[in-house]
Design a protein. Structure first.
Length: 312
């Protein structure tokens, strides 16, 4: 039987309607830099870790990889409510933690210190905390634990693994970059590429040009983002979305563009890199988060200081 979760409601924040909100769950290690504390947990155990967190409960934790993304999401909420105070289609952020509520005081204090609008803090004693994602209506889950991410994806929740890094993402507007195959789209073309090489993949794409590509693990999240994006004109939107894909524009771009059109998913800019490194273009875009299924692309993004999330 699942262990009960202990949920702390943040009464300083306007509570969102989970049936209409875009609910994002982040783990404590995704939003804050807890690398030293995590090391202590692994080496000395839970009791020592809890003691350390209680002793330092008034000392704010440094920002982690997803921190700038959450700040930018807050900015979008502010802009949406400015244009329509009754709007219910908002971002809702909850923190999911394997900490006990006692050691979670530091997490709550840190969020308050930075003025983060986090509506709920869920402290779960069970090993697999992802079992609670669906009950909270989560549309995107960001974690620093690979098992967590795989479990969430198996439960049908868009999820990605964040690696701890120094992040210098500018504040606004919210900029999100998606890779194409195996992220926004299914990995069907990737599989053909593995089996038949580039020529086989190009042949397949040309034959399938009129048929939309299958859905990838982050399509649902991207669609909800697109829905929020449509509330604004392109010039005034607080959200900008990008497709940065290894596909070549000449041979494999048409089907990707037609698929996005078929889905009704607005993308502000699309870059067909034809296998070239993505780092330089990401450095130019400066996104708050970049989703990719290739670890070499994640590494390239990290090298230019771009917050990245791996979709395994």
């Amino acid at each position: 039987m699942a262990e009960p979760e202990s949920t702390v409601i943040n009464t300083n924040v306007k509570q969102k309607d989970p049936s209409t909100a875009l609910v994002i769950a982040v783990t404590t290690r995704a939003i804050f830099n807890l690398e030293e504390e995590h090391k202590l947990y692994l080496e000395k155990g839970k009791e020592e870790y809890t003691r350390h967190q209680q002793a330092n409960q008034d000392k704010p934790l440094p920002p982690g990889t997803a921190f700038a993304f959450i700040q930018a999401v807050q900015y979008v909420n502010k802009k949406i409510l400015e244009s329509n105070p009754a709007e219910r289609d908002l971002f809702d952020i909850l923190v999911l933690s394997n900490n006990s509520p006692e050691s979670g005081v530091r997490i709550i204090n840190s969020a308050k210190h930075y003025g983060l609008e986090i509506s709920k803090f869920c402290f779960v004693s069970d090993e697999d905390s992802t079992q609670y994602l669906k009950s909270h209506g989560v549309k995107l889950f960001l974690s620093a634990d690979r098992t967590d991410v795989c479990n969430a994806l198996q439960r049908g929740v868009s999820a990605a693994l964040v690696f701890q890094q120094e992040v210098h993402a500018p504040s606004t507007p919210l900029r999100v970059v998606f890779d194409g195959d195996a992220v926004l789209f299914s990995d069907e073309t990737d599989q053909i590429f593995q089996e038949q090489g580039l020529e086989g993949a190009v042949r397949y794409e040309r034959a399938m040009e009129a048929i939309p590509i299958g859905e990838g693990p982050l399509k649902a999240f991207a669609m909800h983002l697109g829905k929020m994006r449509k509330k604004f004109s392109q010039e005034k939107s607080p959200i900008r979305t990008y497709l940065v894909t290894a596909r070549s524009g000449r041979d494999m771009g048409i089907r990707a563009i037609k698929t996005l059109r078929e889905w009704g998913l607005p993308i502000d800019e699309a870059f067909f890199m034809d296998g070239a490194p993505k780092g330089p273009i990401l450095a130019q875009i400066q996104p708050h988060i970049f989703f990719d299924d290739g670890l070499h692309n994640i590494q390239g993004a990290q090298n230019v200081g771009v917050p990245s999330a791996w979709v395994p």
